[in-house]
Design a binder for this molecule. Sequence first.
Ligand SMILES: C[S@@+](CC[C@H](N)C(=O)[O-])C[C@H]1O[C@@H](n2cnc3c(N)ncnc32)[C@H](O)[C@@H]1O
Length: 221
Amino acid sequence: MKIDILTLFPRMFDGFIHESIIKRAIEKGLVEINLINIRDFTLLKNGQVDDTPYGGGSGMVLMCEPVVRAIEKVRDESAKVYLMSPQGQVFNERVASQIYNDTKHLILVCGHYEGFDERIKNFVDGEISIGDYVLTGGEIPAMAITDCLTRFIPGVIDAESFQNESFQNNLLDYPVYTKPRDFRGFKVPEVLLSGDHQKIFEYRRKEQIRITKEKRPDLLK
Ligand SMILES: C[S@@+](CC[C@H](N)C(=O)[O-])C[C@H]1O[C@@H](n2cnc3c(N)ncnc32)[C@H](O)[C@@H]1O
């Protein structure tokens, strides 16, 4: 999968692409992540990419020209382009799975300041929000979406662990434990020490249902 991220602040992604699972996925060639600086596409002097809003009001608005030129530079026939926006479709595991299955080349456009000139929406396929709260910019949403989609790619994480993870089959994950068996009187459930795989499977499935009912009953509807 190829993901192009259009941003005014590419350095915010330094840690994201150079550490841990995402770094390994890039090194193995499983995902290609490109950072494109929107500022490189302005036609104005001094690298200007934003201006004050027509009609008045606070903050600066990202201008059409640099954003649309940046999109046009990286877009190809197969690409899907999404603006990061608190007004977009709320991202979750179902939306992630849809995007992953439909998209080989994804372009995520990060806003900043007051957001995008409204007319930019004519040049994209949609808007995605990562939740009902407002962040200072689209960089963290773009990282969250890229991270989540990268986990779908075979070979990035262990297939078995992916299948049991929260939100697969509308269930939350079962509880996990590691050494020691007894931590300050809190013990690991006996069944997990039994070596009986069928019993462990049944226990974990029951726990998934119990925990989902308790924490996220909406998922079971
Ligand atoms: C301060 S926000 C602009 C918010 C906009 N004025 C509004 O109220 O809808 C600046 C940028 O951060 C990004 N952003 C903020 N919150 C977000 C969220 N929950 N999901 C996705 N992107 C978000 C968007 O790219 C947005 O253009």
